[in-house]
Design a protein around this ligand. Structure first.
Ligand SMILES: Cc1ncc(COP(=O)(O)O)c(C=O)c1O
Length: 430
């Protein structure tokens, strides 16, 4: 789509916004309740948050950015301490990798490779991802993911990359297969792939902790990540978890993988880090890895101009101080569970119902009908036009990823309108 001077990659009508406040966006006199957290689930503390705005302004008065590798900024260390403070896993250090999630993904891949090289395992150059995943738009991040709309770039992909099947019990289970049997079979796909490539050649396995971006908020079955971790350890393959979308509170815990009681080797985070205020991403990992890399190479052989951007760090510091409060995490869990439960209770017997799933405030409601994409778009349009509720419908599902500050009465309003419009629309959708 081309405006007068600007190219964008969307073909839907853009919504003109004048300002935001709390969970609401304002458009031409209309007050819109946003269940998308800014369209792509990043504005997790809503808009016009006084603490974050103050922190950014205070930083701006000092300096807007100083190079991460050259200058000391006390905010960086304070932020890392907070980011590690509620972790149940055992990762103990933070590397600020750049602006975007895609950059963080590629930084984690490079750190994984560097660590193997530091150990003398220079042949570990393969990376394995999963189908139905997304980790960013760089060719390396795309090459271990599966985003059909980007298939045109396949000829540009690095070659030592492979993928295994998605992890999705409801879609992939065999007849009569229990969750435990599926956990074993699904994780064994990784072992088979490692053996096919040769364990001495595989650097890392990469996955979103809950499959989010494409299939929509599919939590793993119990023990899946434990089995994956065991396989990774057996073959000295790193486990890299992508928590750009599901991390830093979104799942109801600071780290989504803490539900699965594992310590991966790397977790990368981005969009929720500054609650969307300034682009910033980070890789959480092990001090001993970094020490080994630095001992071997003298430094981390990776750098970007805006890594650890001082304004981003200031924004993240204020955002994470809020997110790490017990009451905020409780709100995410209470309202997430409530949204899920009411949707299940009200719609489970509806002929279009497939499932409602997710963790915390990362939820998807999937339906089965003709032309699901059109159904979703029509549903979203009705919610916006009739009720001033912004709803993200994607292909086969409605996503509910509101800001963590959503209240129970706002949830009630969304549920009431969504359930009614869903039923009304489906009555005419035969
Ligand atoms: C799970 C996941 N990983 C990585 C990314 C890439 O983040 P970015 O767009 O900041 O590069 C996204 C973006 O939507 C995502 O959802």
């Amino acid at each position: 789509m081309i405006e007068k001077y600007t190219v964008r990659n969307l073909n839907n009508k853009l919504i003109q916004i004048t300002n935001g406040n709390g969970i609401y966006l304002y458009s031409k006199g209309k007050k819109i309740l946003d269940t998308t957290a800014g369209g792509t689930s990043f504005a997790v503390l809503g808009w016009n948050n006084k603490e974050i705005n103050k922190s950014i302004t205070r930083q701006l008065k000092k300096f807007h950015h100083l190079d991460y590798k050259t200058f000391k900024d006390d905010n960086v260390e304070e932020l890392s301490k907070i980011l590690l403070s509620k972790a149940e896993h055992k990762l103990d250090t933070v590397y600020f990798s750049g602006s975007s999630g895609g950059e963080a993904c590629e930084a984690a891949m490079k750190l994984s490779y560097l660590k193997h090289c530091a150990d003398g395992n220079n042949s570990k150059v393969w990376f394995i991802g999963r189908n139905q995943s997304y980790h960013g738009v760089g060719t390396d991040a795309l090459s271990i993911a599966e985003r059909p709309t980007m298939n045109i770039y396949k000829p540009l992909f690095p070659i030592k990359r492979s993928r295994i099947e998605q992890h999705h019990y409801l879609k992939e289970r065999l007849d009569g297969e229990t969750e435990e049997e599926y956990a074993v079979r699904s994780s064994n796909l990784l072992e088979k792939e490692i053996l096919k490539i040769g364990p001495e050649k595989v650097s890392a396995f990469i996955g979103e902790t809950i499959m989010g971006g494409l299939v929509g908020d599919v939590p793993p079955v119990k023990n899946y990540w434990k089995y994956i971790k065991k396989i990774c350890e057996k073959y000295n393959v790193h486990l890299i978890l992508d928590e750009c979308y599901c991390g830093l509170g979104a799942s109801g815990k600071i780290y989504c993988c803490d539900y699965d009681k594992i310590t991966p080797d790397f977790i990368f985070v981005a969009k929720t880090l500054t609650a969307g205020h300034i682009p910033l991403s980070a890789v959480v990992t092990k001090k001993k890895f970094i020490n080994k890399i630095v001992k071997k190479f003298g430094k981390i052989l990776h750098s970007t101009t805006f890594q650890g951007h001082s304004l981003g760090i200031a924004a993240a510091l204020a955002a994470q101080k809020i997110i790490h409060q017990k009451t905020v995490l409780q709100n995410i869990n209470n309202n997430g569970n409530y949204l899920k439960q009411v949707l299940v209770d009200e719609l489970k017997n509806h002929e279009f119902f497939f499932d409602v799933r997710g963790r915390g405030l990362r939820l998807s409601f999937e339906y089965n009908c003709n032309d699901k994409n059109k159904f979703g778009i029509t549903l979203s349009n009705r919610m916006l036009e009739k009720h001033n509720i912004l709803l993200n419908s994607k292909w086969h599902r409605v996503c509910l990823t509101p800001a963590y500050i959503i209240t129970k009465s706002q949830c009630d309003l969304v549920l009431d309108k969504l359930i009614k419009e869903f039923k009304n629309l489906s009555d005419s959708w035969k």
